[in-house]
Design a binder for this molecule. Structure first.
Ligand code: ZN
Length: 203
């Protein structure tokens, strides 16, 4: 999930830096984000064998995904967005109204609260667009953390919205599929010009 479209230049510079410094250095800055139209975004992701969670490959991928997410910057990233069709998402949003850094493996939403909330959503795989999506404001989630430990917790507001957005990526959905009013689909400049002042969480 996208936080802002501004600092993309920074990431490009870092990419170049790593590219020329050491091609073998598999930094997270080299993970490329799959964009809308890439078939991997439409696949249902495979569960991860819990015995594999502590492997260096999975641990490295988690670290690299956090690095890419913060670089963009975004507040959530699902493994299919970096062309790995496995059930892994990372999330984190510092500051007021934010939520803790979270890794979810093989997650499922086991309860949706009755209240709905509408938010502007954007996506690191969908450049330059925002749209309003209505989702439940509370979810209960089960899954595994990066150590393979069982998780079972409730999330509300932005955290709940981000979880639903990222878990959608694991079943081949993007936020555009969840929009009920396509007339709210907005390009970024127009979003800043006309809509940013609305009292909604912008994500
Ligand atoms: Zn997304």
């Amino acid at each position: 999930m996208r936080a802002s479209d501004q600092p993309r230049r920074l990431r490009a510079e870092r990419f170049l830096c790593y590219e020329y410094k050491d091609m073998k250095l598999k930094s997270g800055a080299m993970l490329k984000i799959a964009k809308l139209g890439n078939p991997i975004l439409r696949k249902v992701a495979a569960p991860i064998d819990p015995r594999e969670i502590k492997s260096s490959e999975i641990q490295r991928l988690i670290d690299d995904m956090f690095e890419v997410m913060y670089d963009e910057p975004g507040i959530g990233l699902a493994a299919p967005q970096v062309s790995r069709s496995i059930q892994l998402v990372v999330m984190g949003c510092k500051g007021e109204g934010g939520f803790p850094e979270t890794v979810l493996i093989n997650p499922s939403i086991v309860y949706y609260g009755p209240e709905q909330v509408d938010n502007w959503e954007g996506c690191l795989s969908v450049d330059g667009l925002r749209g309003k999506v209505i989702r439940p404001s509370l979810v209960r989630v089960k899954g595994l953390d990066r150590k393979g430990k069982a998780l079972d917790f409730e999330a509300t507001e932005l955290y709940a919205v981000c979880i639903q957005h990222e878990l959608d990526h694991l079943i081949g959905k993007v936020f555009l599929d969840r929009m009920t009013d396509m007339s709210t689909l907005t390009q970024l400049d127009e979003f800043s010009q006309y809509w940013q002042k609305e009292p909604t969480n912008v994500i």
